[in-house]
Write a protein that binds this ligand. Sequence first.
Ligand SMILES: [Zn+2]
Length: 84
Amino acid sequence: MNVITSIPTKKVYYFPMHWEKTSIKPVLPPIERKMPRRPKKNRRMAKDEPKKLKLGHLSRKCLLMTCTQCGQHGHNKRSCTNSK
Ligand SMILES: [Zn+2]
């Protein structure tokens, strides 16, 4: 019959004041080094570079707005002042 018995722990080892002093120098923390990282996958886009558009879509940038109410440029039907 096997009986699992816990190993008795000596509480003395938990506290540094009970530790025996040795001639070995204290262990210093490791020197912090900047590790090389994997380069970013995405390419940095230029400021004036157009954003990726969906297929079949065109950029509306630089598109001249034309009012359907009066036919003038620079505003649209919503902000038209010549209505009625
Ligand atoms: Zn208008």
